[in-house]
Design a protein around this ligand. Sequence first.
Ligand code: 13P
Length: 254
Amino acid sequence: MKRTPLIAGNWKMHLTEAQAVTLARKLLWGLTRLPAGGVEVLLCPPFTALSSLHKLLISDPIRLGGQNMHASTQGAFTGEISPLMLAEFCQYVILGHSERRALFQETDEDINLKARSAVQHGLVPILCVGETLAERQAGRAETIIYAQLMAGLQQVGIHRGSQLVIAYEPVWAIGTGQTATPEVVNQLIAATIRPALVRLFGEPVGQAIRVLYGGSVNAGNAVVFLSQPEIDGALVGGASLDSDAFLAIVSAAL
Ligand code: 13P
């Protein structure tokens, strides 16, 4: 099945609003010099930059996403952001990133509530799954990932593959310069992630959902990951803060 590649930049807690606009301008300029179409580009800046980037990108195909979200639409949740607020600016929202699971104690149940809410409000969740080094060394990577998918996606009411994206990010590969082997990632998607999606959503929808790889993707290694048949794009952290590196990763998907 042909799935349009998605290259997503997760800027994490980096860049002021002014710096974010500068980076987005450089990316816009660079993208106009690449062949149009064939790849979808998504930026997930800090919340404070969403409004400005939305104005900047209004007539451009670059998509915007949040990095997290509360499941409720409004209420007394100091410091949180709601799906309605994100939906003003964004098409996507990253959910269940390993940093949120590890540093902010997010559980599969929390992530499931968020994913259901995101879909209800027309946002496409990018559900992150992945094993720790200890889990991989214990031979439990596949079991952990399958369980994260089943728990995170129960009763998520999608009808088209375009309403959901999965990002496989092995925790030990994030920000470490260490990457998983592209062939091993490809095999893991084919044997574990895709069957879980088909089981949850049926054959046509499950086959159409894009599965990204994330973890130390850079300009040098993007081509080998993106040439794997089961890897439909990349969720890029550190390298997405450098316009040349990010543009090279986008080019690798073309
Ligand atoms: P790095 O690309 O910096 O390893 O980060 C990956 C990531 O966490 C993207 O969500």
